[in-house]
Write a protein of this length. Structure first.
Length: 64
């Protein structure tokens, strides 16, 4: 279930980034929200990587 949410959030983030980079005519009121959404998406991508790093770290600890 958690993996499914990560995939959905990542896809939505990528789509929003493409729309943002293609310079869609956002209304001024949307601009801050879009920027916050992109920042949130970046944090989600970092969060996506963290469990992998943690797992590798525990593997090294248990081997030692």
């Amino acid at each position: 279930m958690q993996l499914r949410w990560k995939v959905v959030i990542t896809i939505v983030f990528c789509v929003s980034q493409v729309l943002y980079l293609t310079d869609v005519d956002w209304s001024p009121a949307w601009k801050p929200g879009v920027s916050l959404f992109l920042l949130a998406g970046f944090l989600v991508l970092l969060w996506w990587r963290l469990p992998t790093v943690r797992r590798e770290g525990t593997r090294v600890d248990s081997a030692g």
